[in-house]
Design a protein around this ligand. Structure first.
Ligand SMILES: C[S@@+](CC[C@H](N)C(=O)[O-])C[C@H]1O[C@@H](n2cnc3c(N)ncnc32)[C@H](O)[C@@H]1O
Length: 385
């Protein structure tokens, strides 16, 4: 049995519990939820699976060195003492970023520079040469987190953020990221059997993530590279085992539809779905949401309508009012989930949300709201505002 190590999985605000569940499913232990992150323990296989299989993690970090420092000079001195040859070679390009929460250390950029110097000087003292820094495409990405005087250096096992699955080569204006899209679907509890519709699908992110979930396809399958593949102790066999594991794939073929009024959006959705190998499972409709006829419910709508940055206030509030009316009339027996950052417009939707989450689309605070649209004898059950 390999040594258990501690890891930190980062995520977006509001997705922590989903990530904790995903981590438990892949065999992680000591899973503990923190703010926008989940810590866990496991072996190398757990680390590779966390990168390859979880849909709601943005990156997975491994703490490698913890120390206390009272000032920047002490930080530099202690960091230089660490045996950096245990994590990288002279030929590796590296990068450092820092987050600080401290009265002593206030400039994260300066802290990152100090750690970078410490690593470079460690190599120079031992070998007369120093490794190059490459902030854009480093082989080894280091993070330093400082809380008061407690410093933790972490190795980034992911490389590029895990939301960059690799299938989305084309995007329309205002796309949501793949981790957020997967989070929306998992929060909705969609059963992956009943119809799933995003009638304002843009570049198709939500529909494609829905298809990947339905089929049980690991989101990591499209990535060219994970940070851990550059590590000195990279276990190729373990990664191949994780990569080739199809045991969690499923044969479900629910109806999944992406609609959009824009031809360009539909073209991009088709291209991205092809890249993800999901085009067989997603149908597209170039049509206004107001002309779209959904399949018979029960079903699920998850959508991210325009927030109205490019529209006049009255136009966008009227749009949301019409949208609410449209869902009420046409989507009987559906659960309609909407992500929007336009709080004024949401109020005009005209239906009472049975659940509300606060999430962030990039830096923008959004509400993710659930509306239960009842049919037939239950018609009166949905509450109109
Ligand atoms: C915020 S974007 C959705 C982004 C999408 N979630 C993604 O990841 O790419 C909103 C989309 O709504 C579409 N839209 C606007 N009005 C529409 C309408 N009446 N019917 C259907 N789609 C509409 C826009 O063309 C745009 O693609």
């Amino acid at each position: 049995m390999q040594d258990k190590k501690t890891f930190i999985a980062k995520t977006l605000h509001g997705l922590e519990e989903l990530l904790a569940n995903e981590l438990k499913t892949i065999g992680a232990e000591d899973v503990t939820i923190q703010r926008r992150m989940v810590s866990f323990t496991g072996n190398t296989e757990t680390l590779y699976r966390a990168n390859f299989q979880t849909r709601t993690a943005t990156r997975i970090l491994m703490p490698i060195y913890e120390f206390k420092a009272r000032n920047e000079e002490e930080l530099y001195g202690l960091a230089k003492k660490f045996d950096w040859t245990s994590v990288m070679e002279l030929s590796h390009k590296f990068a450092v970023d820092a987050t600080v929460n401290s009265e002593t250390f206030t400039h994260s950029h300066y802290i990152a520079l100090k750690l970078k110097d410490a690593v470079a000087d460690h190599f120079r003292d031992r070998f007369g040469r120093r490794p190059f820094v490459d902030p854009k495409k480093p082989h080894i990405q280091l993070h330093i987190h400082i809380n008061n005087h407690d410093c933790t250096v972490l190795l980034d096992s992911s490389g590029e953020s895990l939301h960059k699955r690799g299938y989305k080569l084309y995007q329309d204006i205002a796309p949501i990221n793949e981790v957020l899209a997967a989070g929306l679907i998992l929060l909705s509890g969609w059963d992956a059997k009943t119809p799933f519709i995003d009638p304002m699908c843009g570049s198709g992110t939500i529909a494609i993530e829905a298809a990947l979930i339905a089929r049980g396809i690991a989101p990591g399958i499209f990535r060219k590279n994970f940070g851990f593949e550059n590590w000195l102790n990279f276990e190729k066999d373990t990664f191949e085992k994780v990569f080739n594991d199809e045991s969690y794939e499923r044969n479900l073929t629910p109806t999944i539809i992406g609609g959009d009024v824009s031809k360009r959006a539909i073209d991009l959705t088709i291209l991205n779905a092809k890249n993800a190998g999901m085009h067989k499972f997603i149908s597209t409709e170039k049509r206004s949401v107001f002309d779209f006829e959904p399949p018979q419910g029960p079903g699920t709508v998850i959508t991210n309508p325009p927030y109205g940055e490019r529209l006049k206030k009255e136009q966008i509030t009227t749009f949301y009012k019409q949208l609410g009316d449209c869902f009420k009339q046409r989507y009987q027996d559906y659960k309609v989930w909407m992500l929007s950052g336009n709080m004024e417009a949401i109020k005009r939707f005209g239906l009472h949300a049975s659940k509300t989450y606060t999430l962030f689309n990039g830096p923008l605070e959004c509400k993710y709201l659930k509306y239960d649209i009842y049919s037939g004898s239950k018609k009166m059950k949905y509450k109109e505002k």
